[in-house]
Design a protein around this ligand. Structure first.
Ligand code: SF4
Length: 337
C-alpha cells in the first residue's frame, strides 16, 4: 500500500489528467431519470419489497464467468441451495490482503529504515510472524493445492519480496516528500478496509448497503481495491466505479480516481518461478467506466430475475471454469472442461 502512495505522488493525475474527470454526470447522487444512475421500475420495486437480493459491487464487477452463471448461483431467484466450494485463488487472495493490511498498519507509524539489509531483516521478521499467526489459513491453502504452481510457500516468498518493496517505497516517499528533512510518513492518509464501510441506498443505485473498499484517499478523491490472481483483468476497474457510485450516493461528495493494487499470486505459464511484485493501476473513474458499470448492473438484475441459470459458456470460452467456486456444481449439471 505504500507503493500506492508513492505512485500516486509520482503521477498526480488529479493535476495532469484533470480533463478526464471533468463534467462527469453519472454520479451516485444523480437522480435525473435520463441519466439512469438511479434504478427505476421493477428492479427498484423488487429490491424495496425484498423480492430479490441486492447485488454487491463485486457481484456486478467480477465478470469471471462469461455467461454470469456464477452470479445466478449466488443471487438468482431460483438458485440452488448448494454452497460454493473454496478455491486456492480466493483463499490466497484473503491471505494477500491480510498481509498487506498488517504490514501497512504496523509499519505506518514507525520511522523508516534506510538500508537494504535492514529492510530485508525487518520484513523477514514480519513475514515469519505472519506465517506463524496465519498457520491455519496457510494449511487450508495447502489442502486446496491442485496444480504445481499453486504453492503456499512460494506465495509467502512473493509476499515477502513485495513487502520489502513496500518498505522501500515508504522510505522513497518520505525522502521525496520532505527532501530527507524528516523521515516520518504522515502526509497522505489512507483509510484501510476495516475502518471503511460505506452505506449506499440500494433502492436508488442497486448496490447492497454494505460496501467495503480496500482503501480510500479522500483528499484526492481516490478509491481503491486490492486484487490478486494470475493476471490483471480489465473488469477489475469496474470495482472502483461501483465503489465511487456507492460513496457518492452515501456522502453526496465526488470520487474521481480509481487504483487497483494487483498482486500476482501464481503464474501457470512461466518456465521458471519468477519473483514478481505488485502492479499499480491508476485510472480516472470517468463517464465511460461508470456507464459500463451501470449497464452491467441492469443486465445482472435481469439475469437474476430469470427462472433458470444462464447457459454454460461456449467451449472455447471456459478458461475460468477450472478456477471457479462453482465448478463442481456446473460439472454435476453437465459442464465439460
Ligand atoms: S464453472 Fe464455468 S460455467 Fe460454471 S459458473 Fe464457473 S465459470 Fe461459469
Amino acid at each position: 500500500m505504500f507503493q500506492v502512495i508513492a505512485m500516486w505522488n509520482l503521477t498526480r493525475p488529479d493535476l495532469e489528467m484533470k480533463d478526464s474527470v471533468e463534467n462527469i454526470k453519472l454520479r451516485g447522487y444523480n437522480s435525473k431519470p435520463e441519466d439512469k444512475v438511479f434504478l427505476t421500475g421493477q428492479f427498484a420495486i423488487k429490491i424495496k419489497n425484498k423480492e430479490i437480493k441486492t447485488l454487491s459491487v463485486s457481484d456486478i464487477s467480477d465478470r469471471y464467468c462469461p455467461t454470469r452463471r456464477d452470479l445466478y448461483y449466488k443471487k438468482g431467484i431460483n438458485r440452488p441451495s448448494r454452497h460454493r466450494e473454496p478455491t486456492w485463488g480466493v483463499t490466497a487472495g484473503r491471505i494477500v490482503e491480510d498481509f498487506l493490511f498488517d504490514l501497512f498498519s504496523k509499519e505506518m507509524p514507525k520511522k523508516n529504515s534506510r538500508a537494504y539489509q535492514i529492510i530485508r531483516e525487518i520484513n523477514d521478521q514480519f513475514s515469519n510472524n505472519f506465517h506463524t499467526s496465519n498457520q491455519r489459513k496457510l494449511n487450508k491453502l495447502s489442502e486446496l493445492m491442485e496444480r504445481d504452481y499453486e504453492d503456499p510457500d512460494w506465495l509467502l516468498k512473493l509476499l515477502n519480496s513485495n513487502g520489502r518493496a513496500e518498505l522501500g517505497m515508504k522510505l522513497l516517499h518520505s525522502l521525496m516528500f520532505n527532501g530527507s528533512k524528516d523521515l516520518d510518513l504522515n502526509h497522505l492518509k489512507l483509510n484501510i478496509a476495516h475502518s471503511l464501510k460505506l452505506k449506499p441506498r440500494p433502492t436508488e443505485i442497486g448496490i447492497s448497503s454494505c460496501v467495503e473498499p480496500d482503501f480510500l484517499i479522500e483528499e484526492y478523491k481516490v478509491v481503491g481495491d486490492i486484487k490478486s490472481g494470475i493476471e490483471f483483468k480489465p473488469f477489475y476497474q469496474l470495482t472502483c466505479a461501483g465503489y465511487a457510485l456507492a460513496y457518492e450516493n452515501e456522502k453526496n461528495k465526488d470520487i474521481n480516481w480509481g487504483i487497483i493494487y494487483f498482486f500476482p499470486t501464481r503464474d501457470p505459464f512461466a518456465y521458471v518461478k519468477p519473483i514478481t511484485f505488485a502492479q499499480i493501476y491508476i485510472f480516472p473513474i470517468d463517464g465511460k467506466l461508470r456507464e459500463r458499470f451501470l449497464y452491467f448492473r441492469n443486465q445482472d438484475y435481469n439475469t437474476i430475475l430469470k427462472d433458470k441459470s444462464p447457459k454454460f459458456p461456449k467451449v472455447n470460452n471456459r478458461q475460468h471454469c477450472e478456477h471457479c467456486q462453482f465448478m463442481k456444481l456446473c460439472k454435476s449439471e453437465g459442464l465439460k472442461i
